[in-house]
Design a protein around this ligand. Structure first.
Ligand code: IMP
Ligand code: MG
Length: 178
């Protein structure tokens, strides 16, 4: 068994250093905007975990985070775009300023679903923070309030993002060999 997944990577799109710099810029923007406000981050499993872990370590201010689990329901070969809830949030967000954190905003179906689900709990506001923004594929009217990189329609892995549940652990973002 070959035990180095890097052989499957065609090229590196975003290096560890580029990601590190971008994450600290995002921390500064968020820190400024949320001055004097409570901050509750709700991160979307599993793609957001590396991003969330780096993001939260940039803050000195108080903040709370929790996770929501969702997956896209696959009907046959083509994704139907139906999103299913796998894990509910476990904290009270009523009247709070919620920042949803995810790896990537693509069609918008996932974050559209998450936003709709969270609205039931009557938070004060819901904003969206993603590391990567693939605007070209948007099918739902959702926008990111904070985004790190805009990229064209390429399939990426690493830094939380997977292909068939592998490659999430890569510390950089790469394009897979076909
Ligand atoms: P959306 O619901 O189409 O906006 O897609 C969001 C989800 O699709 C992300 O949370 C990812 O799990 C997945 N996704 C979209 N594009 C990519 C990609 O290029 N690589 C890996 N996962 C992706
Ligand atoms: Mg995901």
């Amino acid at each position: 068994m070959d035990n180095n997944v890097e052989k499957d990577i065609e090229s590196v799109l975003l290096t560890q250093e580029q990601i590190r710099q971008k994450v600290s810029e995002m921390v500064r923007r968020i820190d400024t905007d949320y001055r004097g406000k409570e901050l509750v981050m709700i991160a979307v499993l599993k793609g957001s975990v590396l991003f969330l872990a780096d993001l939260v370590r940039g803050f000195k201010r108080p903040l709370e985070f929790d996770f929501i689990g969702v997956s896209s329901y696959e009907g046959g070969k083509v994704s139907t775009g139906v999103v299913r809830l796998d894990k509910e949030i476990a904290i009270d967000i009523k009247g709070k300023n919620v920042l949803v954190v995810d790896d990537i905003l693509d069609t918008g179906r996932t974050l559209g679903f998450v936003k709709h689900y969270l609205q039931k709990f009557e938070p004060k506001e819901i904003k969206i923070c993603v590391l990567v923004n693939k605007e070209v594929n948007r099918a739902i009217d959702v926008d990111a309030d904070y985004w790190g990189f805009k990229i064209p329609d390429v399939f990426i892995v690493g830094y939380g993002m997977d292909f068939e549940n592998n490659y999430r652990h890569l510390p950089y973002i790469g394009i897979l060999k076909r």
